[in-house]
Design a binder for this molecule. Structure first.
Ligand SMILES: Cc1cc2nc3c(=O)[nH]c(=O)nc-3n(C[C@H](O)[C@H](O)[C@H](O)COP(=O)(O)O)c2cc1C
Length: 177
């Protein structure tokens, strides 16, 4: 697959088959994703791969108020935890990565989804979540941020690769020179 083929194939998958996701695949996806850039190279995240029966128990955390009913078919997740901001000293300069943490986590998520797709696994980024429930599930302090969760699995057999619906490119882009 070349890059464009990969970008076209990656889509939000909302119906997964029962085929188990190998633990090693989740580990490899996360390893590859750590190659993503981040502000001041701080990688302000931790990733938790949740697989098998544990994932079945986790699903309720992405189904708050009836959201994401499709996640009933999901058997693996990658949960992204946001780490607290840091101040980095570069000579005389003090640089905080605080304002870039959402960007860094967005980029990480893109890498996760594309790494998964390149390995034949489908994904869906999930923003609707119960952070308090996730903290409890992972036994982490209340108040810990989990900005995004990625559902991972094998799409059901006949799941269509949808045509991308996007704003007109000309509307989103201007070349200035
Ligand atoms: C930050 C973010 C949060 C999202 N949250 C959800 C979600 O909670 N549930 C869901 O089904 N899709 C969610 N999506 C998927 C988007 O709806 C999807 O990416 C968009 O419609 C484009 O479709 P595509 O991913 O198939 O290209 C989210 C995507 C992003 C980037």
């Amino acid at each position: 697959m070349n890059l464009e083929e990969l970008f076209l194939k990656r889509q939000s998958t909302r119906e997964f088959s029962d085929k188990a996701v190998p633990d090693e695949a989740l580990t490899e996806i996360c390893r590859l994703a750590t190659l993503a850039p981040s502000a001041v190279n701080q990688q302000p995240y931790n990733m938790y791969a949740i697989n098998g029966e544990k994932a079945r128990q986790f699903t309720k955390n992405v189904q708050k108020e009836g959201a994401n009913a499709w996640a009933d078919s999901c058997h693996a997740y990658i949960v992204i935890e946001a780490r607290p901001p840091r101040v980095i000293i570069r000579g005389e300069r003090r640089i905080s990565n605080e304002e870039y943490i959402p960007e860094d986590i967005g980029i990480l998520s893109a890498y996760i989804t594309l790494a998964a797709e390149s390995m034949g696994l489908q994904t869906c980024i999930i923003g609707l979540r119960d952070e308090a429930g996730i903290a409890e599930f992972l036994n982490l302090p209340k108040g810990t941020g989990f900005p995004l969760i990625i559902a991972v699995g094998y799409a059901v057999n006949d799941y269509p690769v949808r045509e991308k619906r996007r704003r007109a490119f000309e509307e989103t882009y201007k070349l200035i020179k």
